[in-house]
Design a protein around this ligand. Structure first.
Ligand code: PGA
Length: 249
């Protein structure tokens, strides 16, 4: 059985005071949520406040990105060991906004994924096709390229420690959710790649989250798909009530 992960990606929203206020509301609402793991990924500047506010709960805190060098003259960058030392358990890697605006490639996704694991963090590695890819029937080809270039170079031991998030770029922040069937098809394609490369047991074990306009009113139909092992939520994770109802789907 794959335990679902309900993860929130706050992107570039909230300050430390807003983070603390969020957790005050959110903590009691998810106290009984033992059916899943809960992870929140705030901006770097809110990590300390989030870790403090999540203390004594099962809520994990993650960063939204990391650099792959441990330390050095890289102004503006933050490394895996630094994130780990702040109390994080997870880190997002290869989010489509990083790919789109900050020159993330499959090769750098791989470097960051390895660096995350070296630091003892669980990487949530994001993949997903653009609208033009889908419209030209290239979805599976793009997912396959992202898998082969960014994931499949991990050793089987490394692969066993990652989480994959499928986020169709056309569904992120647009209010257009993939239908549960579209999402499940893509998850099946990704799981098929995993099976082909790492074997059936790895394919059965890997958790694949869906992301892209997940809301309290569509989370149930998505989670009803056996292929979907959790969600990665942007906009709807910013409000404590809304994210709690997603967690408690
Ligand atoms: P959204 O973002 O839920 O606001 O569409 C999802 C994501 O980018 O992780």
């Amino acid at each position: 059985m794959r335990k679902p992960i309900m993860a929130g990606n706050w992107k570039m929203y909230k300050n430390p005071a807003e983070t603390t206020a969020f957790f005050e509301k959110f903590r009691p609402l998810v106290e009984k949520a033992e059916h899943c793991e809960v992870v929140i990924c705030p901006p770097y500047t809110d990590i300390a406040a989030a870790v403090a506010a999540a203390q004594g709960t099962r809520i994990g805190i993650g960063a939204q990105d990391l650099y792959w060098v441990k330390e050095g003259a890289f102004t503006g960058e933050v490394s895996g060991p630094m994130i780990k030392a702040c109390g994080c358990s997870h880190v997002l890697v290869g989010h489509s906004e990083r790919r789109q605006y900050f020159e993330e490639t499959n090769a750098t996704v791989l470097q960051r994924t390895i660096a995350a694991m070296d630091a003892g963090l669980t990487p949530i590695v994001c993949v997903g096709e653009k609208l033009a890819d889908r419209e030209s029937g290239e979805t599976e080809a793009v997912l396959s390229l992202q898998f082969r270039g960014g994931i499949a170079l991990l050793s089987p031991e490394q692969f066993a420690r990652i989480v994959i998030a499928y986020e169709p770029v056309w569904a992120i922040g647009t209010g257009k959710t993939a239908t549960p069937e579209i999402a499940a098809d893509a998850h099946r394609a990704i799981r098929g790649q995993v099976r082909g490369h790492y074997g059936a047991a790895a394919g059965d074990a890997v958790r694949i989250l869906y992301g892209g306009s997940v809301k309290p009113d569509n989370v149930r139909v998505l989670m009803a798909q056996p292929e979907i092992d959790g969600v990665l939520v942007g906009g709807a994770s910013l409000d404590a009530n809304s994210f709690a109802s997603i967690v408690n789907f």
